[in-house]
Design a protein around this ligand. Structure first.
Ligand code: AMP
Ligand code: MG
Length: 334
């Protein structure tokens, strides 16, 4: 039985690894978004129903592995979500994290930096919101805005009051290096970084913007600024392509997730996150003999306190009864 179970778990890990492999940006490769990644792609899953099924099992696995991550308390995971407006970041967070304990997750969103934030170095506000060991942190937009929106709109860079000359391409090459170094430092110290770019087509963005205008409950999600950003589409595609080429590293690779179908994007996001957690393979702490003996002693004392007529250990009694029922060995007692 034990071997059989281990085999199934390995198969599952292998299937997930195969599914996400085409999304990964090979470190050192040169990405041209318009040619290399198709926003409408849904390879590996034929029907929406199959994708939703996969997402459900991914969500269940995430819940299980998040408990282990928290119990072990050694690693933290940081999920960075980048996308253009209407790319599906919010919905991805809502769906992918729907099964996990909110106590183990911290979500941080990043907007235009405040005056207080601008009085620090540019990575400061991101490090302030990093997850602790045992937690999954989610960045809804991330430090990558510093080489995306800040690059497309140089006035943001001016507001950062950097010393010396900061014109030209040099500043972006320097930022890629700084970001790679920062992520390497975090990885070396137990924090895994999962980076997802939700790759939306221009046509699908048009459709989603229209929906935000047409449906009153969605109006709040649309602003004139979003429409302005859309006019810079090509500049963003270039900035994304260069960012993906320069910052997909062996310690923190990028995954480009086809985002035109929401269900497919969510399934991919769950799969990449699960893949990372399976790789970390966090374990519940084991108790040594001395502590085991101490627990047994406490158990004995609690059993002795049982009121007249009560089972000395009702939990063990229920578990034993469950195990005697057909299929009961698989049922967990709460
Ligand atoms: P949203 O996520 O739609 O609420 O919008 C947040 C806005 O803040 C987006 O337009 C981002 O481009 C912008 N933003 C995020 N980070 C930065 C940054 N570091 N510098 C300038 N603008 C930013
Ligand atoms: Mg927006």
């Amino acid at each position: 039985m034990k071997d059989g179970r281990a085999h199934t778990a390995d198969d599952r890990a292998e299937r997930i690894a195969e599914f996400i492999a085409p999304l990964r940006v090979k470190p050192g490769s040169k990405v041209d978004l318009s040619k290399d990644f198709d926003p409408t792609h849904k390879k590996g899953i034929k029907k929406k129903k199959d994708g939703q099924e996969l997402l459900r099992s991914g969500v269940a696995l995430l819940a299980d592995y998040q408990r282990r991550l928290a119990a072990e308390g050694t690693h933290g995971v940081l999920l960075c979500l980048q996308a253009l407006d209407a790319g599906g970041k919010d919905g991805t967070i809502r769906h992918v994290m729907s099964g996990v304990n909110p106590q183990g997750v911290r979500v941080a969103g990043f907007k235009v930096p405040s005056a207080a934030e601008l009085s620090h170095d540019y990575l400061w506000r991101y490090s302030r919101d990093l997850p602790r060991r045992g937690e999954i942190g989610i960045f809804n937009r991330s430090h990558y805005e510093e080489v995306l929106v800040v690059r497309v709109h140089p006035e943001h860079l001016t507001r950062q009051r950097l010393p010396g000359k900061v014109e030209g391409k040099k500043i972006w090459r320097r930022r890629y290096r700084e970001i790679n170094d920062w992520e390497r430092y975090l990885t070396d110290n137990g924090f895994r970084i999962v980076k997802l770019f939700l790759n939306l087509s221009k046509e699908e963005q048009r459709v989603r913007f229209l929906k935000r205008i047409d449906v009153p409950e969605r109006n709040w999600k649309f602003s004139a600024a979003d429409a302005r950003e859309r006019t810079m589409w090509d500049d963003y595609q270039t900035a994304f392509s260069e960012m993906l080429s320069a910052t997909s590293t062996s310690w923190a690779p990028w995954y480009v997730v086809p985002a035109d179908r929401k269900w497919f994007a969510r399934t991919c996001a769950a799969a990449v996150l699960v893949h990372t957690l399976l790789d970390i393979d966090p374990q519940y702490p084991e108790i040594d003999d001395k502590n085991r003996a101490a627990l047994e002693l406490e158990k004995r004392k609690l059993e002795d306190e049982a009121p007249a007529g009560a089972a000395s250990d009702p939990y063990a009694a229920r578990a034993a009864a469950g195990a005697r029922r057909p299929g009961g060995e698989r049922r967990r007692v709460r």
